[in-house]
Design a protein around this ligand. Structure first.
Ligand SMILES: [Fe+2]
Length: 225
């Protein structure tokens, strides 16, 4: 559990927010790295602050077309691509040493690629998955502004929820937020093998975007409350 007021007093005064990746510039999606490749908090180009699927796609040298993108994504899920993955990022930045993070001290040795995200209204992640079998990292998600952000999962029951186009599966699918009420500052173990999307409904929606090594699983189980 992170104290939202300590979190906001730290991150709202930061001036080193950087744009998330190289596409979709408005509405703004910004990030600061907590754990990246070299521990530097402000790199000109920092893959920890990119969608990693997009980073790997650009680095693969493929032509930037929807068809090539879909082939690439299918290959990733079938483990046929050489990828930079969350567990390759192990160096923490100074942002993780600030007071807001004292309450997650126990998790720090296990953290892999992690960021804080700040989005403006309308910013989104389209339907995607972040982990697949065999699982090499786990994802934690949370927000200090739960009223401003929707994190929605694909539903087997299509009778209620938001109908959303999945550009990877090429289908309309039904997505809905978890029934768990989201508490500001709480970190949740997030099943990112399930298709999900995210949408900011107001400006300055903050999210924890955290990956953690599966070695932390027992610790995570013992910290659930
Ligand atoms: Fe995700």
């Amino acid at each position: 559990m992170v104290d939202p007021s300590k979190f906001h007093s730290y991150f709202e005064s930061l001036h080193t927010w950087r744009e998330w990746g190289d596409k979709f510039h408005t509405p703004r999606r910004e990030a600061v790295p907590l754990v990246n490749l070299n521990g530097r908090h402000f790199e000109k180009v920092d893959p920890s602050c990119w969608p990693l699927d997009r980073w790997n796609f650009v680095k693969s040298g493929r032509e930037d077309t929807p068809e090539e993108w879909n082939k690439f994504y299918e290959n990733c899920l079938a483990d046929k691509e050489e990828l930079l993955t969350d567990v390759d990022f192990t160096m923490s930045t100074k942002h993780l040493e600030a007071e807001w993070a004292d309450s997650i001290e126990d998790l720090k040795p296990y953290l892999t690629r992690s960021c804080i995200l700040r989005w403006q209204a309308g910013a989104r992640f389209r339907p995607h998955v972040d982990t697949w079998h065999p699982v090499r990292w786990l994802r934690l998600w949370g927000t200090t502004t739960p009223e401003k952000i929707l994190l929605r999962y694909k539903q087997p029951d299509t009778s209620k929820g938001f109908c959303i186009w999945n550009d990877i599966t090429k289908q309309d699918e039904v997505y809905q937020c978890s029934e768990t009420p989201i508490e500001a500052g709480r970190l949740y173990l997030h099943d990112s093998m399930v298709w999900h999307d995210a949408l900011a409904v107001e400006d300055d929606a903050f999210q924890f975007f955290i990956s953690i090594h599966p070695r932390a699983y027992d610790l995570l189980l013992s910290s659930i409350h």
